[in-house]
Design a protein around this ligand. Structure first.
Ligand code: HEC
Ligand code: HEC
Ligand code: HEC
Ligand code: HEC
Length: 498
């Protein structure tokens, strides 16, 4: 064959050149392919081995991690976006009290009656805690409304400060004392070990709650860790004792009833209601606990399966760190498991939510009325003994209502459990109304005059809040104190220069 080829080339030299260039071309293409394969391999290896910078100790500055892990960093940075509204949630801020003024009455005497907005992405966490009226306007001459415990779920500077000052000392420090130290929003060091990039638990509250249940969080499986990193913050908790030590009430179990029993045995109350004088509990946001009761958790799913789905880019699979409502990306989340259309999948979510909201709306109206009826009883000379049962029922009804209302994803995460809890809230609410009606009857058949609480402003006026004064002080705080904190943080190299 080679002899034949040589003869042909001898007769037609041009063919020899064609063959020569063809071979060069093929070799060149093979070279390119080999190069691209090695490059891709190198890129994957480089994610862990050829880190561009060495992260030392607890590094709260997300931008520095971003140099090593640009894909995760760039998607994380998108938690700043505010461009999506689903039927009830989304990534925008919404004034919940404006929409549901009864909630002002439900929280009378507690900071939440002043301001309560729907959550948005992790990158806003610090702006939002600084700017809310709930943290007040502390400066050198006015006292703090809150302890540093309030910073715990907002920033990777928190594990650093706990390491430097001790955990108990951190919690009990007045909130504003660390204003110039807590400056990087929720990020990499909250969930990752910088050396191995393994998921890790950085918040003592979760580790200690597990210990008291006889469990070691280090034994959690990788799939469990994909929820437990979220359970550092998206859980029910309270500030224990004078030291305001952040504690999860899980010692008796993690259901709504287990946690209520825990608080009742301690005779714990978050505040005394300003209208009804009931001994109240404020539920935080037991997202993780309720999620565990739902169909997806029972099938072994974790939070990250819907809120941090895998993405592919140039052959590299990575976790989308743009944590938000999965309904913005049904194709990348739900549809990786469900063959349903996008419309159907969204409608399953909306149907669960709508049905829960139906019950929630009745509870809010009737429970606000119960607080107001209780006030009428007190105003007309009711005794502690006469009021005891009704106030206990109000406490129970509101704990149940808040358990679902404060856990924004609950009615999808665990629809049946959410409806069960709301049903018990409605039951306690109506029992409280019967009790109060009975007291009013015995006080001489006193009539209840319902105040006008049809807007946030009217409801706030009714419970005696001077909002103009509070807002004015907060404006000064925003103009003077916050910029001073940021300036000091920059001078101390607490923020990355980018
Ligand atoms: C260090 C505490 C912390 C950790 C850890 C944390 N979160 Fe959050 N998360 C927050 C806070 C605080 C907000 C509200 C931020 C705001 O409104 O300013 C929030 C908001 C959210 C929101 C609402 C976003 C939006 O666009 O409305 C979702 C969804 C969410 N988190 C899911 C998760 C998931 C899933 C995980 C685990 C993979 C997780 N979070 C881990 C504290 C945390
Ligand atoms: C709220 C918790 C949370 C935060 C904050 C977070 N991550 Fe992650 N990260 C995860 C989870 C969950 C995974 C998936 C791990 C798994 O499946 O084992 C992950 C995976 C990773 C991985 C492994 C590759 C991949 O994409 O799956 C890298 C690298 C990474 N994250 C980098 C970062 C960087 C950089 C930041 C900060 C910009 C960050 N992470 C912030 C929870 C978090
Ligand atoms: C099967 C998918 C799925 C899993 C798993 C899941 N979620 Fe969700 N989550 C959703 C959906 C759907 C919503 C409702 C979004 C909407 O209405 O726009 C939601 C809503 C939320 C919200 C409220 C978002 C907002 O905009 O206010 C938070 C917070 C949240 N989830 C946290 C978690 C946490 C923490 C876990 C794990 C304990 C978890 N989710 C597990 C699908 C999931
Ligand atoms: C990782 C896979 C996975 C993802 C992602 C996922 N699901 Fe599921 N889903 C399941 C499994 C498994 C079940 C249980 C199915 C069964 O037993 O028939 C389930 C059940 C359901 C059910 C029936 C619930 C019930 O009451 O029994 C609905 C509705 C649903 N999913 C909606 C969604 C929506 C909406 C999303 C996106 C936000 C989503 N799922 C994301 C795996 C997933």
């Amino acid at each position: 064959m080679f002899k034949k080829l040589a003869e042909i080339i001898q007769n037609k030299p041009i063919l020899g050149w064609v063959l020569f260039f063809a071979v060069i071309g093929v070799v060149f293409l093979l070279g390119l392919l080999a190069a691209s394969i090695t490059e891709r391999r190198a890129e994957i290896a480089s994610i862990f081995n050829n880190k561009r910078i060495e992260l030392k100790g607890i590094e709260p500055r997300n931008e520095l991690w971003g140099k090593n892990y640009p894909r995760e960093y760039n998607t994380w940075a998108k938690t700043a976006e505010m461009d999506f509204k689903s039927k009830h949630l989304g990534n925008m801020r919404e004034d919940v009290l404006e929409k549901r003024p009864e909630m002002v009455v439900l929280w009378a005497g507690y900071a939440f009656s002043q301001a309560y907005e729907s959550p948005r992405g992790h990158k806003h966490a610090l702006d939002d805690i600084r700017n809310t009226l709930r943290t007040g306007a502390p400066n050198d001459s006015t006292k703090d409304m809150q302890p540093s415990t309030c910073w715990t779920c907002k920033s990777p500077d928190v594990p650093r400060l706990m390491h430097e000052h001790g955990i108990a000392e951190f919690y009990k420090t007045p909130w504003s004392k660390f204003g110039h130290e807590v400056v990087n929003p929720i990020g990499c060091a909250d969930c990752h070990d910088p050396l191995t990039m393994n998921l890790t638990i950085t918040r003592p509250g979760l580790i200690e709650a597990f210990e008291r249940q006889g469990k070691d969080v280090k034994n959690a499986t990788p799939q469990e860790m994909r929820s437990l990193v979220c359970a550092q913050c998206h859980v029910e908790y309270y500030f224990k004792g004078e030291g305001k030590y952040l504690t999860f009430p899980w010692d008796k179990g993690m259901t709504m009833e287990d946690m209520e029993k825990y608080y009742d045995e301690l005779e714990y109350t978050d505040w005394t209601h300003a209208v009804s004088k009931a001994p109240m509990l404020k539920t935080q946001h037991p997202d993780y606990e309720i999620f565990l009761m739902g169909p997806h958790a029972k099938r072994g799913l974790s939070c990250a399966d819907c809120h941090m789905p895998y993405k592919s880019e140039g052959g590299i699979k990575y976790s989308d760190h743009h944590i938000m409502s999965p309904l913005k990306n049904v194709a990348g989340t739900c549809q990786t498991c469900h063959k349903d259309s996008e419309e159907n999948l969204k409608n399953y979510v909306y149907e669960y939510q709508d049905k829960a909201i139906e019950i929630r709306n009745i509870i809010e109206k009737d429970l606000a009325k119960a607080h107001i009826m209780a006030k009428t009883c007190w105003d007309n000379g009711a005794t502690e003994a006469q009021m005891k049962n009704a106030l206990q029922l109000i406490r129970q009804a509101q704990w149940r209502w808040d358990f679902v209302a404060a856990s924004h994803g609950a009615t999808f995460h665990a629809p049946v459990e959410s409806q069960r809890i709301l049903a018990h809230s409605l039951d306690r609410t109506h029992k409280a109304l019967f009790e109060l009606q009975d007291v009013l009857y015995r006080l001489g058949n006193v009539a209840v005059v319902m105040p006008d609480i049809s807007t946030k402003a009217k409801a706030q006026k009714y419970i005696g809040l001077d909002m103009d004064a509070k807002n004015a002080k907060k404006e000064v705080f925003k103009k003077e104190t916050i910029p001073a904190w940021i300036k000091k943080a920059k001078a101390n190299n607490r923020l990355a220069e980018i």
